[in-house]
Design a protein around this ligand. Sequence first.
Ligand code: GH3
Ligand code: MG
Ligand code: MG
Length: 346
Amino acid sequence: MSIFFPSFLNFLATRSEMSLSSPVFIEVGMGMYSIQKKPASYILVVDDDEDIRSLFKFLLENEGYEVVTAPSCKDCFEIIRKNKPGLIILDILLPGEDGIEILKKLRGNPQFASIPVILISALRDTDHIVRGLQAGANDYVTKPINGPILLARIETHLKLGSLVNRLKRQKDILSKMAALDELTGIYNRRFLFDILTSEIERKTRYKRSLSLLMMDIDHFKRVNDKHGHPVGDKTLQRFVDLVGTSLRSNDVFCRYGGEEFCAILPETDTTQAEKVAKRIQSSIEETSITISGIQIYLTVSIGVVTSGPDHEQSAWEIIEHSDKALYMAKRNGRNCVEVYNALKGK
Ligand code: GH3
Ligand code: MG
Ligand code: MG
């Protein structure tokens, strides 16, 4: 079920820095290549001159880098697609295609746009250097190659590249965390509107039904009043676990606020949605929650709304209608399920 993101701590812990330690050289030639070992990350050298490729091989392997070489752009794209390099050293003058054109293609592809690229060329004129840098090269090195300077530049760009990757990962983590409810770990209200809006678009495009359940724990204030807020918090967490067992992997479970929760059920008509809601309602009623030896019995009221293949409700309208159905469930004595009736408007 997609209610939880993977543990963020695990996520962070399993991310390692770029590994470019054990030397591996893989020669590529005549449009054919074979990779004996697929390194976690490596330097790709693209140059049509075999001597230059051998020189780079010697120089970089001597420094402990893993190296893959390619004589042409055709080969280089096949290699990049199979295994993303940590850095590319790219000759400008290549048979068939200009190195700068390869660079532009890389920069235009989000998957490869952040790979550091060092352009290598015998062309020393300002125009070429400016063109290369403007096309997105991280650096431009002219032939004949000065080994120590090139190595220092490679090291700098690998460090920068690894920093950029780390920042991107942290940005991803932050945006995921911004979508989660701190107490329960399920999605929060802000995310609900975003995902509901895109699910509505999807169901309209594919002419499907979508249902939404709005749940409110009955008399929850009494749990806090009787056992205190910390027990109330744990009760909310257990409630979420219990409801989660009744949902499918593509249902989206959110905390709407306080002791109110919401589940988006894609591709689900009213009959199916009502069944799910009743299953949740009876599982909550039948399960006692034990927290620090205290037994707590909950019930929940649930409002169900369905947006059929030809319905055109907005996210706001769907939520408003589910709220009306929930209100009816409360009025009808709580611990029950009510379905929103579009014709009666309640
Ligand atoms: P009803 O059946 O009408 O829904 O009654 P209720 O008591 O559940 O509703 P009411 O709106 O009167 O009270 C909601 C309670 O939920 C009061 C509030 O303190 C509690 N609550 C909301 N958020 C949290 C939370 O994060 N932790 C805890 N422990 N309690 C919360
Ligand atoms: Mg409430
Ligand atoms: Mg309540």
